[in-house]
Ligand binder design. Structure first.
Ligand SMILES: [Cu+2]
Length: 129
């Protein structure tokens, strides 16, 4: 009887472990994907994007995949809303949520990205022809 209980517990651990492993294979965390190809990863943490709110360079009419990942304890969002570039609004991202979009500029220029909740979280998107 006691051995049966121990066996059941051990088997449960093995099953849960296997499911976790399979789940990670099928749906890898976004960090693993974001730097593949020409994608951009912006991590919101400590009230900044990638620590320094870096400039993002793109080419006009050349869509660039962008992933915004909230690794913070507080909520963030990510907004682009100017004429000449396709708008992005992630809405509120809670901890560990991410959002994928494409940056697409129709006209050369310097645009702004920002978090609506934190005035220090803003940076530039530089679109060249
Ligand atoms: Cu924010």
């Amino acid at each position: 009887m006691r051995n049966n209980i121990i066996a059941a517990v051990v088997i449960s651990f093995i099953i849960v472990g296997a499911m976790w492993g399979i789940g990670n294979l099928l749906n890898p965390p976004p960090q693993d994907n974001a730097n593949r190809g020409n994608g951009i990863l912006l991590v919101a943490e400590n009230n900044a994007f990638n620590e320094t709110n870096p400039d993002i360079s793109i080419k006009v009419n050349d869509p660039k995949e962008i992933t915004i990942l909230n690794k913070d304890f507080v909520r963030h969002d990510f907004i682009v809303n100017q004429t000449g570039i396709t708008g992005i609004n992630t809405s509120i991202l809670f901890s560990d949520q991410h959002f994928k979009a494409y940056l697409v500029a129709q006209q050369p220029g310097v645009y702004e990205y920002f978090c609506d909740l934190h005035p220090t979280m803003r940076g530039k998107i530089v679109a060249t022809a």
